[in-house]
Design a binder for this molecule. Structure first.
Ligand code: 0XW
Ligand code: MG
Length: 367
């Protein structure tokens, strides 16, 4: 089953309702890149990569398409089912750019599923459950607005919430967190996600001011070394997100005693193949992990849900998808959505998504 063509598409995803506000950025629309890999058997697979704006991480939408334009011609003719060989050719073609390579990796897993009649989760080791918990990320905001959203989301059935913090005086974050704990239910877990924005001073201050509260600090500071330097001074477990750019740092952060868990993103690591390895590292070291991505529609959402379903429930910190912020689905019939805080695993085969490409703008074709 040879790769005969690679098509690269662009599509705009306006944020439904208010903007999406994190410590460093406020977004009203996202630019996603979709990849379609066609094989000589007629089976095709889809992948997606959608950075959450240009400052969240060293990744941006035009860069994804430029990287894919460099890679795509060099994978034509390869066996689509030899996913690791295609990954090796991608690395020989372009260094780094995991967030772009991930779209090809995901498309190949979609093809493998369609070729075998199996769901991607079953190819990745098997679904531990047929519904996975999601979690909701609450925007940076005023105390009353954040509390209102926390009440609403736990009423909807979310069992885990992430409060976005940072980008302001730490005293404001402390006030918000303490107000939230007046209303949060005992069965709802909470993470504070600063998205790299806190100084070490403010991270320590925030943790100590909330020492009596049960929560996790996610990616408080910009760099791994900053977080490592303050870890002994914190009162809460630390989850790494943006810092975990590859397997090496994932393993190092565990053995350094820095990472108590992870907010993991499929595309940051390069796709489902590497994410499967991260899952096994977390299983071997008893580290909880989420299975998310930065943004995107049904295709990246399906990839996250399929992988998330294979994570042992006791280590799962849920699957974040952008569905609540997106108007509509690529697949009107089998699109991925959150119901009562949970997501059904697609029926498959492959990712289980048959996208309507008619609104996508073709950027380049190879083969
Ligand atoms: C909440 N997310 C998974 C979605 C946004 O891309 C940011 C990200 C995070 O946890 O940093
Ligand atoms: Mg995060």
């Amino acid at each position: 089953m040879k790769i005969s063509h690679v098509h690269i598409y662009q599509y705009d995803l306006p944020v439904v309702g208010a903007s999406y506000k994190m410590s460093h950025s406020e977004l009203t629309a996202l630019d996603t890149t979709l990849v379609e890999i066609v094989t000589d058997s007629g089976i095709s697979g889809f992948g997606e990569t959608c950075p959450v704006g240009p400052v969240y991480a060293p990744a941006h939408a035009p860069g994804a398409r430029a990287a894919l334009g460099e890679i795509a011609p060099r994978v034509i003719g390869l066996d689509a089912l030899c996913i690791d060989l295609v990954a090796a050719r991608m690395d020989q073609s372009l260094a780094g750019h995991s967030y772009a390579k991930a779209a090809i990796d995901i498309a190949l897993w979609d093809i493998a599923g369609k070729a075998s009649g199996r769901r991607v989760c079953d190819l990745l080791g098997g679904a531990q459950r047929e519904r996975v918990p999601s979690y909701y990320a609450v925007n940076v905001g005023a105390p009353d607005e954040v509390v209102r959203m926390v009440r609403q989301k736990q009423d909807e059935g979310f069992t885990r919430l992430q409060l976005k913090v940072g980008g302001r005086d730490v005293e404001q974050d402390i006030e918000v967190v303490r107000k939230v704990f007046e209303v949060i239910r005992p069965d709802v877990r909470l993470a504070l996600d600063a998205n790299r924005s806190l100084t070490t001073r403010d991270a320590i201050q925030l943790s100590r001011a909330c020492a009596d509260l049960t929560l996790v600090l996610e990616q408080p500071c910009a760099t791994y070394d900053e977080i490592k330097s303050i870890k002994p001074l914190l009162c809460h477990p630390v989850y790494l997100d943006e810092s975990t750019v590859d397997l090496n740092l994932t393993m190092r952060s565990i053995y350094d005693g820095v990472a108590d868990g992870f907010g993991m993103k499929v595309t940051r690591l390069g796709g489902l193949s590497v994410m499967r390895t991260v899952r096994e590292i977390c299983r071997a070291t008893n580290r909880p992990m989420s299975c998310d991505d930065s943004w995107g529609g049904d295709i990246i959402a399906a990839a996250c849900v399929h992988m998330g379903a294979t994570i042992a429930p006791q280590l799962s910190e849920g699957v974040w998808i952008a569905d609540p912020y997106i108007d509509g689905n690529y697949d009107a019939e089998n699109g991925i959505s959150i119901t009562d805080g949970w997501i059904d695993v697609p029926a498959g085969p492959g990712l289980g998504i048959t996208p309507d490409k008619s609104q996508w703008a073709l950027q380049a074709s190879f083969g």
